[in-house]
Design a protein around this ligand. Structure first.
Ligand code: NAP
Length: 264
């Protein structure tokens, strides 16, 4: 079984950057998120990563929220600045930085389609618009959630349907379809045959590293990436918040690659 990759990524980063810190995964019961933030104050921890179901619950316990965290109603990274606990959501920036790093694709001026409207989709929608995407079309089975997600892109955002995928420069799966260990492990979020030959296909899933969707994209010769770059770069943003120094990306990437090679 594969465990959380976050301790692997962050401990490799601390070692490579010679930061005297250790990253621990601590189980926190639902409803106890604010107490975890209180522990960060009490023990003067460098920061916290926050996972579900606590991403909304910790907001009130922060002193300052980034625009991203406040707009999304969700924080995944807490850090100190000038004696105050700041809450940020690094997922969207992580996705955009990962897209640039791995595929040299910048969203500015591009037509993007996002499948799904959950927490990850909303973060990505907001970050794509912030990075200058021309259109951010949200395609989701629940129309009301699609509309709420599309609003995060402001004037660039709208609700779309699978018909919109044929026009997209970048198509992003932000649903769990294709995720290992679920009943939808063998499902594809969309039919890659509808995509243009020069479309970029991204899957936010990284377990498995090649989802059925990405296998189909590869078979068609489409440029594609899985969710590992988003995972690494959301961690890089967190690392930079915590330490104030540039994230040692090479060490973080190779730690992830080694962990996945060990537990494919
Ligand atoms: P979420 O909040 O539960 O949202 C899931 C979205 O997928 C919802 O919009 C839901 O539609 C849709 N969906 C779920 N099952 C579906 C189905 N059978 N058919 C069609 N649509 C379906 O989940 P999340 O936290 O946003 O995560 C989404 C994905 O992103 C997961 O695979 C997760 O592993 C991945 N992720 C990756 C990273 C990374 O660092 N790479 C970070 C975060 C998340 P409704 O709105 O209609 O319910």
């Amino acid at each position: 079984m594969r465990h959380s990759l976050s301790p692997v990524i962050h401990n490799a980063a601390f070692a490579a950057a010679e930061v005297d810190a250790v990253y621990l995964a601590l189980p926190v019961a639902e409803g106890d998120g604010a107490e975890a933030v209180a522990a960060m104050r009490r023990f003067d921890m460098l920061g916290l990563s926050v996972t579900m179901p606590h991403k909304a619950a910790v907001l009130d316990a922060c002193d300052v929220l980034s625009d991203m965290a406040a707009a999304l109603g969700s924080a995944n990274c807490l850090y100190w600045r000038d004696g105050a606990i700041h809450g940020d959501n690094t997922d969207g920036e992580g996705f955009v930085r990962g897209l640039g790093d791995e595929l040299a694709v910048a969203p500015a001026g591009l037509r993007c389609a996002v499948l799904g409207a959950g927490g990850a989709a909303r973060a990505v929608v907001r970050a794509l618009a912030g990075a200058g995407a021309r259109d951010v079309v949200v395609v989701n089975r629940s129309p009301d959630r699609a509309a709420a997600a599309a609003e995060h892109a402001g004037a660039a955002g709208r609700v779309g349907s699978s018909d919109d995928l044929a026009d997209a420069d970048v198509i992003i799966n932000a649903t769990p379809l294709g995720m290992a260990g679920t009943s939808a492990a063998h499902e594809l979020a969309f039919d890659v045959d509808v995509a243009r030959n020069d479309a970029v296909v991204c899957d936010l899933i990284y377990n498995p590293t090649e989802t059925p969707l990405l296998a189909a994209a590869a078979a068609r010769g489409l440029t594609h990436q899985n969710g590992l770059s988003m995972l690494v770069f959301q961690a890089a943003v967190a690392f930079e918040h915590w330490t104030g120094v540039d994230a040692p990306l090479a060490a973080m990437k190779s730690a992830v690659a080694a962990a996945i090679a060990e537990h494919p």
